[in-house]
Design a protein around this ligand. Structure first.
Ligand code: OFO
Length: 183
């Protein structure tokens, strides 16, 4: 009896996305290591915490494939890209990384819709919301560096950003959770 509830197309896409989440975790670890070596310990702390989130995302995909009765294939994780050259470059790369990930998740949402695989479609909605949050988080980082002067940010402005990011929560508040009293 066939107990596999995923089509081969969706299984492959979900498996590839699992590897992308692992790759994202490695990317954040490499950017965090770069930040630590430049003396930005707060930024490094923020990025290390984020790497852990990406690893949790990887596990969510892995567990889902198993729960649907399909087989997971653990693939090699590509090497992370080159180190950023500045704090601004680092935050821009984080933003691009998240946009790329959103696009990749949207493709699987579309596939699940086309196949009328509503279980997978429903599972992916958590990631759709999560990506909105992560893009907001990345945009907030870019805003911070812009206000600080971008590439021309002074040492003391970068010091403040670094200090703030040491405690910055990993979750961004979404527009739909905001109210007039609590914008
Ligand atoms: Fe940065 O996000 Fe995973 O999915």
């Amino acid at each position: 009896m066939n107990t596999n509830r995923l089509s081969e197309t969706l299984r492959t896409s979900l498996n590839d996305q699992m590897t992308k989440e692992a790759h994202a975790s490695q990317i954040y670890i490499s950017y965090a290591s770069w930040a630590a070596s430049e003396g930005y310990d707060g930024i490094a702390n923020f990025l290390f915490r984020h790497a852990q989130e990406e690893r949790n995302h990887m596990i969510k995909f892995l567990e889902y494939i198993i729960e649907r009765g399909a087989k997971v294939k653990v693939d090699a994780i590509p090497a992370p890209p080159a180190d950023p050259v500045s704090v601004q470059d680092c935050f821009e790369k984080v933003f691009e990384q998240e946009i790329g990930n959103t696009e990749s998740i949207y493709k699987i949402v579309k596939q699940s819709f086309d196949e009328a695989d509503w279980a997978t479609w429903h599972f992916l909605q958590w990631f759709v919301k999560e990506q909105t949050e992560e893009e907001t988080l990345a945009l907030n980082l870019l805003d911070k560096i812009k206000v600080a002067g971008g590439e021309k940010a002074s040492g003391s402005a970068l010091y403040s950003i670094d200090r703030d990011l040491a405690q910055e929560p990993d979750e961004a508040k979404l527009a739909e959770e905001k109210t007039a009293m609590n914008p």
